[in-house]
Design a protein. Sequence first.
Length: 307
Amino acid sequence: MNSVENTPSEAALIEAVKPWLSRPNIVGLDVGEKTVNGQPTDVRAIVVHVVKKLPLAQLGAEDFRIPEAYAAHVLGPDGEVLEVTVPTDVVEVGQPRLDINNERIRPAEGGYQIRAENMNGSGTLGVNIVWASKYRLMTNNHVIACNGNAGADVYQPVNGANNKIGVVNGFIPVVTYPNPTEPHPHYNTQDLAWTYLTPAVGSPEITQIGVPSGVRAPVAGESVVLVGKQTGTVRKAKIASLAYATTTQWPGPGSYAWFDTLIRLDANVTQPGDSGSAYVALSDGKVVGIHVGGNAAFSFGCQLAPY
């Protein structure tokens, strides 16, 4: 017996077949529409994701043979146990990976991991672009400089002589204080640092986005996209405000900074490690900001003007 009212929930079906994930070659499970010869049907199925789809004749004795259907049990209206047959569908998806852009890539592109000598962590190469009449790698002060570090080597993706792409050539200083209760702080407006390079070393392309058409001031309400090294994929959001003010702990113990006139996005679309990624306007492909940080509700960045 198989009726709509007696169909198991998606969560119940997945819970029942979870042990399949311990079988070789099976890397994912969900419930969706069964496809036949590449065409969707109206049949609800347990969709089994495999690294590689193999004919039955090529399966070994220890390989798990995915059944054509799964017999699920539900309770009927009178308390009796009913058997519901749910078809399966097998989809080849390849080997799963974490979407972190930490590969070595030359010429180095925006959206990939960078690290500087003397810095504890890594961040994102935002974009290689002409800013203030000079072609340069743009990222955050707190990613490669931390209010100093001039002349230190900049690497992509990690430290190593063969990974050097330039040095820290400059930064916008960020005024900091030793405690979070400074009564009359200076409000910073930018968290920027840069490295001079050439297009042969640093490509103007931002991975998965393309080559920006220039730099301009942001516009409230417009949509932007970005790629950070930690998220690894294109994220989209709208600019909710151009007047966001915040206080945040600056890298290192006992150091705090205040900012204003920041770009506040309408959602949290980033993760720690995405600092430095470029905000690119969907309307014209221009870079309108550089990502600085985020919280549970939204992400925020700084403007590039003056430039």
